[in-house]
Design a binder for this molecule. Structure first.
Ligand SMILES: [Zn+2]
Length: 161
């Protein structure tokens, strides 16, 4: 997507991701964000990179993307289910607390009301874009599935089964 930062930020800890690690266990694939945190000396006396890993989730939530070349991954699901909603809930709570605590001037309250109603238009627009994105992604997935099915069908036809 245009305007996306080059460095992907970890949805778990908010730190830049050095790379994304893929681990296969059984027939499940899991993803971890790996963060480099300087260097350390190992028990064998060798200096090596110190890493910290954040669990991102199973493959269903993380889609290998054809268009986002930065890390080749889109952190789906995690974003919707976590951070953004937390931020928004925190914002609402902080404004309510200020109202209840009488910590706003009339002018401040009016300004905030104006800013928020403007922002709510943007959020509505954003929600619309998200729905469109979801529909497109679902369509891509269907197309990809069909392509796989066709390949399987072709192979079966070739092998005479
Ligand atoms: Zn992290």
């Amino acid at each position: 997507m245009e305007g996306q930062p080059r460095v992907m930020v970890c949805p778990r800890c908010g730190q830049p991701i050095s790379y994304v690690e893929r681990q296969r266990r059984g027939n499940q694939v899991y993803y971890y964000a790996v963060h480099y945190e300087g260097y350390e000396r190992g028990p064998d006396g060798r200096v090596r990179k110190r890493v910290r890993k954040c669990y991102l989730g199973p493959a269903e939530y993380i889609e290998v993307s054809r268009t986002h070349s930065d890390l080749g991954l889109t952190l789906k699901g995690l974003m919707e289910e976590g951070r953004e909603r937390d931020y928004m809930e925190a914002l609402v709570k902080s404004v309510r607390d200020r109202i209840r605590g009488g910590r706003l001037t009339a002018e401040g309250a009016r300004e905030l009301a104006t800013a928020l109603s403007r922002f709510s238009e943007e959020l509505k627009e954003l929600a619309r874009e998200l729905s469109e994105y979801a529909a497109e992604e679902a369509a891509h997935k269907e197309t990809a599935k069909e392509a796989v099915n066709e390949t399987v069908a072709a192979k079966k036809a070739l092998s005479g089964h």
